[in-house]
Write a protein that binds this ligand. Structure first.
Ligand code: HEC
Ligand code: HEC
Ligand code: HEC
Ligand code: HEC
Ligand code: HEC
Ligand code: HEC
Ligand code: HEC
Ligand code: HEC
Ligand code: HEC
Ligand code: HEC
Length: 296
């Protein structure tokens, strides 16, 4: 879809190329839709911005078709003739920094909707965070994905509330660069809650990395399959080892297996529920191919 979007914009250029063999830049000018002046005209007044744009991935839009000085700038800023004729009249050019989030998104999505179809109905767009809340097209430096800042710094700028969890004794190593926010979330929106990357098997968010607990097992633990990983774990960080969502494992298990806690552990000596964690015996807690009770 992305390539299609770019190809459509370049269609007039391609047509021009087919119809003659003038130099590419001249063809682009001839072929440019009315009101478009071409990037080389913008460069006469916006030298800095234009120079900086040479390495921008968006330059590929033009380069892909052998047209280095095509209408690249105007793909985002709209036709520039009136702006130029007005000697740089700022009211006659689309400036994303001053436009509404919806208008910015619409402009970007005119090419990127294929890869990010859920954006408008997801929390960021709904809260008025547009594409340029996270991306900066013209900022300098070699930035991955044209991000304003690298993850997780980018995300913490707004989500200060989740930062403390990643400083807890047990946490996914996001600050250390081992895991990214976007491994689990798609900031561009998904069908799931919390911008969680979604698949038919919701546990895949986790099991794509933790393959050893994925199964399928001959004896599944219904808790894992039905409730998901979050029934027992917390995703960001925890005071408890193994990112468990409760400090005491037996209390965790007995939320669902209360008969076990009622007296002793399976009739063994009184108090052993406290003394012996359930997982001492039920070690294969995510499921087993050998034992219906998940014992070793
Ligand atoms: C992919 C979309 C896109 C393309 C292509 C693009 N721009 Fe921009 N431009 C933006 C956005 C978004 C802003 C708003 C500021 C920001 O977020 O970086 C902006 C801001 C500007 C500004 C005002 C702010 C400043 O930095 O001075 C100028 C001038 C400008 N662009 C010129 C150009 C020129 C010239 C080109 C072609 C070489 C170009 N733009 C290509 C998206 C684009
Ligand atoms: C004749 C010189 C000239 C040319 C050519 C020119 N600009 Fe500008 N442009 C200016 C000036 C001057 C300003 C600053 C206007 C202001 O701040 O009031 C400006 C401002 C802008 C802005 C920011 C508007 C804002 O809201 O502050 C954008 C975006 C922009 N130009 C894009 C372009 C693009 C894209 C092209 C090519 C299609 C282009 N310009 C061609 C002179 C020019
Ligand atoms: C809340 C922050 C945020 C917002 C808002 C956002 N992005 Fe992104 N974008 C990212 C991050 C982080 C990455 C890199 C990780 C990834 O691939 O998701 C990225 C990657 C991309 C990429 C390159 C990789 C890919 O997935 O295609 C494109 C293109 C992109 N974004 C376009 C957009 C567009 C268009 C919008 C607005 C409709 C937008 N983004 C809004 C954070 C954001
Ligand atoms: C005219 C079509 C078009 C428009 C409009 C457009 N883009 Fe792009 N964008 C592209 C193309 C083509 C690429 C290069 C894809 C590639 O490298 O495979 C690209 C690449 C990107 C990337 C990936 C950069 C990387 O490092 O790979 C991001 C992020 C992005 N665009 C964001 C935006 C945002 C934000 C806007 C709106 C301000 C926008 N784009 C508007 C066509 C467009
Ligand atoms: C410019 C500010 C801003 C940036 C940057 C930003 N977000 Fe957000 N994010 C918001 C706002 C505002 C909301 C909607 C209100 C809320 O739920 O907090 C939101 C919502 C979310 C949600 C959904 C929360 C829910 O309750 O459904 C997730 C997940 C999220 N953001 C993750 C990220 C990630 C990951 C990044 C970095 C790639 C990021 N955000 C960058 C402002 C931002
Ligand atoms: C290992 C996967 C994973 C990583 C990495 C991750 N998240 Fe989350 N995040 C989740 C899950 C799962 C939820 C839903 C929690 C729930 O259902 O109880 C969530 C919930 C959220 C929420 C909404 C609820 C809340 O706690 O406020 C926000 C905002 C959020 N994450 C932001 C981030 C940011 C920002 C980062 C990176 C700094 C990040 N997440 C990294 C998995 C992850
Ligand atoms: C991008 C890969 C990735 C994803 C996705 C991921 N994890 Fe992790 N997880 C790791 C890595 C790497 C470690 C161990 C390294 C470290 O942080 O010390 C880890 C550690 C853990 C631990 C602690 C293990 C221990 O030995 O103490 C638990 C529990 C865990 N993850 C659960 C989850 C859950 C639940 C999800 C889904 C919400 C998830 N993980 C998603 C990579 C991932
Ligand atoms: C019924 C509760 C429960 C559910 C549901 C659950 N876990 Fe666990 N998980 C545990 C317990 C308890 C431990 C600690 C085991 C130990 O310390 O021996 C653990 C440990 C882990 C570990 C550390 C390595 C290991 O195998 O001991 C990872 C990684 C992990 N879980 C990932 C996941 C993922 C991914 C999911 C979802 C597919 C999930 N867990 C669902 C209870 C659960
Ligand atoms: C969210 C609820 C939930 C949690 C928490 C939970 N389980 Fe389960 N567990 C179940 C369900 C539901 C079954 C299937 C029961 C059935 O089929 O009758 C099950 C089955 C079992 C079985 C197999 C025996 C049987 O009756 O099929 C064992 C053993 C077991 N769980 C141990 C544990 C242990 C140990 C923990 C703590 C690490 C734990 N469970 C945490 C819900 C849970
Ligand atoms: C000393 C080892 C041991 C400990 C500790 C232990 N179990 Fe068991 N558990 C067993 C054995 C052995 C069986 C299988 C009994 C059988 O084969 O009939 C079993 C069976 C079960 C069953 C299925 C049968 C039933 O009684 O419902 C559940 C559920 C269960 N255990 C949960 C737990 C929970 C929850 C804890 C922690 C509070 C726990 N177990 C602690 C050894 C233990």
């Amino acid at each position: 879809m992305l390539m299609l979007g770019a190809a459509m914009l370049c269609a007039p250029v391609l047509a021009a190329q087919a119809s003659g063999d003038k130099p590419a830049a001249a063809q682009a000018k001839d072929a440019a839709p009315s009101g478009f002046v071409g990037g080389e005209v913008c460069a006469t007044c916006h030298e800095e911005v234009s120079k900086g744009f040479a390495n921008n991935p968006h330059t590929k839009m033009a380069l892909m078709h052998g047209n280095a000085a095509g209408v690249t700038c105007e793909n985002c800023h709209g036709a520039g003739q009136a702006h130029v004729d007005g000697g740089g009249d700022a009211t006659k050019i689309f400036d994303p920094a001053k436009a509404s989030p919806k208008d910015v998104d619409a402009k970007c999505l005119s090419c990127h909707a294929g890869a990010h179809p859920n954006f408008e109905r997801a929390p960021h767009a709904k809260a008025g965070v547009s594409c340029i809340g996270c991306h900066s097209i013209h900022a300098k430096g070699d930035r991955e994905d044209l991000l304003k800042a690298a993850q997780p710094t980018l995300c913490y700028q707004c989500h200060t509330d989740v930062k403390p969890s990643f400083d807890m004794p047990f946490h996914h190593k996001v600050n250390e660069g081992l895991v990214k926010c976007s491994d689990c979330h798609d900031p561009h929106g998904t069908f799931g809650n919390n911008n969680l990357r979604s698949t038919a098997d919701q546990n895949m968010i986790c099991t794509k990395c933790h393959t050893e607990v994925r199964g399928p097992f001959v004896y599944e633990h219904a808790a894992v399959k039905a409730e998901g990983c979050m029934a027992c774990h917390t995703p960001h960080g925890s005071q408890n080892a193994r990112l468990l969502n409760m400090p005491n494992i037996n209390t965790l298990c007995n939320q669902c297996h209360s008969p076990v806690s009622a007296g002793t552990v399976h009739g063994m000596n009184a108090g052993s529920a406290e003394l012996q964690p359930c997982i001492n015996c039920h070690t294969m807690i995510h499921g087993s191919n050998i034992d219906p009770y998940f014992k070793r």
